[in-house]
Design a protein around this ligand. Structure first.
Ligand SMILES: [Zn+2]
Length: 118
């Protein structure tokens, strides 16, 4: 499960961000964006988060995960179709002349720190 190492890196990144911002409290809420085509499983991320956060500034933080779909742009028919998994052809006309836009990214969107809970 490579989500474990992803979450490990994420925790380090969040702690560094919080440190740099000079915040002192615990992280209250975290928002992630995990594209449908990123190969990262959101449930596995949640599980790894529960497993790895105790003892860190992220312990008990609420984890919100957004799973944006990718968009398939077809050069043959001009269709713009939202897709949930990697497609080799345009869902509308089956043309292979397509561009897949988005859905592969994994982003840390927001970090909310509870300054009063020390
Ligand atoms: Zn098409």
């Amino acid at each position: 499960m490579h989500e474990l190492s992803i979450v490990e890196a994420l925790i380090g990144q969040v702690e560094a961000e919080v440190e740099r911002a000079g915040a002192r409290g615990q992280v209250a809420r975290l928002k992630l964006s995990i594209g449908r085509l990123s190969g990262v499983n959101a449930d596995a991320v949640r599980f790894a988060f529960e497993l790895l956060t105790p003892g860190t500034r992220l312990a008990g933080a609420e984890l919100e995960i957004d799973e944006p779909k990718a968009v398939c742009l077809c050069a043959a028919c001009g269709a713009r179709t939202e897709i949930e998994e990697l497609s080799l052809g345009c869902p509308a006309c089956q043309s292979g002349d397509i561009t897949i836009d988005g859905g592969r990214e994994m982003l840390l969107e927001t970090i909310d720190v509870d300054e009063f809970d020390r």
